[in-house]
Ligand binder design. Structure first.
Ligand code: ASP
Ligand code: MG
Length: 700
């Protein structure tokens, strides 16, 4: 059974109603369906006004009723003709007669009792659903209009469920049930409402009574958004959230969902899907039971009056560090020139009270801080590492080339001092950028604190990323939690769009079959430069590369596969595979004895092996094969985490893109289930390229 609920703006006129009917018919083609609807927009307000005027002895209540009658007549005259029109017209006529009689009674008594006040509001839903039911019936569906006044007992879910279940069970032939939302009866037997916005709650009751998997709430925005889009234009849809977070937002001013709706759905384990009837293809927001989180993720900002002030609420999934969140919020508000008048917290959210006049601006400032990447036009940049990459970066900036995306980079400081990161942490302003252009293996420890301080990070230092997975995950989380960017595209393939291609779209973990990479520039340079026929020996080539800064300080780090290992870790993690160093099987390029000696002895041994290398090259040439040092991640259900990771020499033939690498080129082949292999090839080396890549990450 499906339950679909439509709000007032979804049924505002004949065109909108036709749209609703398309959605309902589509649902009904898959399963039996209950359609719950609100009154057409503005109708409930008019009914309240009718009661108020009548009670005040003001005869103009008649005109208000007439206007409502006209509105409904116009709708049906567009939707129906002939006999169908007559039939629906007479149903509406009956309701209007009842409405008029009730209003007359109020007028005569000059008093609107609580009971009448509620009853008069119920006509809107009775009218709108009568039209919808009649239209579906005229289209030859087996339809039944359910009278919620007889089924829904306010504050008595048990009886409500039993009555709804019975009413539906009595009509196995019916494909579509249509029920008015909002209306009910109280325990004393009087007709009543479920409170303003209560149709959502009606729908949840129908869904729970009938054991639906999901209740769809169709409204006029694409789901629950990170904030009210009318206040915060940058708000975006929250694709998925827990019942608790949805309840928090609904209770703290997010009008898209009526808060009481959550409880029955949650108790029955029914997902709530908030959809946009103006854009039926949009998946909207799914509210459901989510696994407990141990990390805080901010979900949305809402606002509502609180006494004389306006309360801004920031809702999260998972545990909140209240103090840190308050500090960050207050800092963001201060940047916008707003001083809060109070702060507070409740489970799952923090609150900040501001003066009503600045509420909207405060919402925008908080939203910007937590949900939009800060985009200051001048980026304050702190560069750690004044080596080759840092120097190249400095040159770019000084030559005025560090602009893009409306941003301009200002080099605040550059240094190789070992305490530079600590200094940046202590002094750099929020939203500035820390670029790690070092090759330090310690500096990563500053990443989380920097991110926590609101400082963005760009890194070309792959050591910082090839840390144990928990550390890596902590950095990613810190970036997310603090709304900072954390980019390290240059750590693999330098300026090639390697990580981007992996994390985006079709290649992400579901469909990933394998990643194979020849990513070590050094080795490429040497391996491809060496063909056994050169005048220069392998040892000489390697030594030259070392001196040119193409290898690690000790080139054996490269030969041993360490550098490839780091890159493979980064690639795998980017694809969503939490690979650890020890999961990777490495076969070094050279036997063990080359590694257990001094660097000098190493070169001597290498030189001595030259004849052997020459022989091997000749052999391979004869069979048209080449040796490549390949790092690979391959789907393998028997491996830990579902992927097998290896680094080893492979013989490749002319059919392989790896055969054709020259110089310091990198080649990565990404295979996924869904598309043809993606081959990324290009220059993967050089301080200038790295600096350009870092700059690109900063300006993205
Ligand atoms: N029509 C009612 C209201 O305007 C109930 C609803 O729309 O959910 O409050
Ligand atoms: Mg509503």
């Amino acid at each position: 059974m499906k339950v679909l609920k439509f709000g007032g703006s979804s049924v505002a006129n004949a065109t909108r109603m036709s749209g609703v009917l398309d959605i309902v018919e589509n649902a009904a083609s898959a399963d039996r369906t209950v359609l719950v609807s609100s009154a057409i927009s503005g109708c409930t307000d008019s009914l309240i006004e009718t009661g108020r005027l009548a009670a005040a002895g003001d005869l103009s209540y008649v005109a208000v009723i007439d206007a409502l009658r006209d509105k409904h007549s116009r709708i049906i005259s567009r939707l129906f003709s002939g006999e169908d029109l007559e039939a629906v017209s007479s149903t509406l006529h009956g309701f209007f007669a009842e409405l008029k009689a009730l209003a007359d009674e109020i007028f005569a008594a000059k008093d609107i009792t609580d009971a009448r006040k509620e009853q008069i509001q119920t006509f809107g839903e009775l009218l709108s659903t009568s039209i919808l039911a009649a239209k579906l019936a005229s289209e030859k569906y087996r339809v039944k209009w359910l009278d919620s006044r007889d089924l829904v007992v306010r504050n008595d879910e048990k009886t409500t469920y039993a009555r709804i279940a019975k009413a539906v069970a009595g009509h196995p032939e019916v494909r579509i049930f249509v029920a008015p939302g909002f209306v009910a009866r109280n325990k004393e037997g009087h007709i009543c409402t479920l409170g303003r916005g209560g149709s959502d709650y009606s729908a949840a009751l129908y869904a729970a009574a009938l054991g639906a998997d999901c209740v769809e709430i169709w409204t006029d925005v694409p789901g629950i958004m990170t904030s009210n889009p009318k206040v915060v234009p940058a708000a975006v849809t929250i694709p998925k959230m827990s019942y608790e977070a949805a309840l928090n937002m609904a209770e703290h001013g997010a009008k898209v969902l009526y808060a009481p709706t959550v409880a029955p759905a949650m108790a029955a384990g029914i997902a709530i899907n908030i959809r946009n009837s103006f854009d039926p293809a949009h998946p909207g927001t799914m509210i459901e039971k989510l696994p407990r989180r141990d990390v805080c993720e901010w979900i949305g900002v809402s606002n509502m009056p609180a006494g004389d002030n306006e309360r801004i609420t920031l809702t999260a999934e998972g545990p909140i560090d209240v103090e840190a969140a308050h500090n960050r919020t207050v800092a963001a508000l201060k940047d916008a020139g707003i001083v809060p008048v109070g702060t507070g917290s409740e489970p799952g959210c923090i609150t900040i009270d501001v003066r009503p006049g600045v509420a909207k601006e405060a919402c925008r400032a908080v939203h910007k801080e937590f949900f939009e990447f800060a985009r200051p036009s001048v980026v304050e940049l702190y560069v750690a590492g004044h080596g080759a990459v840092g120097t190249a970066l400095e040159k770019f900036i000084n030559s005025g080339r560090a602009t893009g995306n409306g941003k301009q980079v200002h080099l605040a400081a550059i240094s190789s001092d070992h305490d530079f990161a600590a200094k940046v942490l202590a002094t750099a302003p929020r939203h500035s950028v820390f670029a790690d252009c070092t090759d330090s293996k310690e500096i990563f420890k500053y990443y989380v604190p920097l991110l926590e301080a609101g400082i963005n990070i760009v890194s070309s230092n792959r050591r910082s990323l090839a840390v144990p997975y928990v550390e890596y995950a902590a950095m990613k989380r810190a970036a997310m939690r603090n709304g900072c960017f954390f980019r390290y595209d240059t750590t693999v393939g330098t300026a090639l769009p390697m990580l981007e291609s992996i994390s985006s779209g079709a290649n992400s973990v579901d469909g990933l079959v394998s990643i194979e990479a020849v990513v070590s520039c050094t080795l490429n340079h040497i391996i491809t430069g060496y063909d056994g026929a050169n005048t220069e020996s392998f040892a000489t080539l390697l030594h030259k590369a070392q001196k040119a800064g193409l290898t690690e300080h000790d080139p054996r780090t490269d030969l041993g596969g360490k550098d490839a290992l780091r890159k493979l870790l980064i690639l795998a993690r980017e694809a969503g595979v939490p690979l650890e160093e020890e999961d990777v099987e490495i076969t070094p390029m050279l036997p063990k004895e080359f590694f257990d000696c001094s660097l000098e002895d190493f070169y001597i041994r290498l030189e001595a092996s030259e004849p052997e290398f020459i022989r091997r090259e000749a052999e391979l040439d004869a069979i048209e094969k080449r040796q490549r040092f390949v790092a690979s991640l391959t789907r393998d259900p028997s491996a830990k985490g579902g992927y097998k990771a290896e680094i080893k020499m492979q013989l490749v033939g002319i059919e392989s893109p790896f055969y054709w690498i020259s110089g310091t080129e990198n080649v990565t082949i990404i295979r996924s289930e869904t598309s043809a292999p993606l081959v990324i090839k290009g220059a993967g080396e050089g301080a200038r390229q790295a600096a350009a890549g870092v700059l690109n990450d900063i300006l993205k």
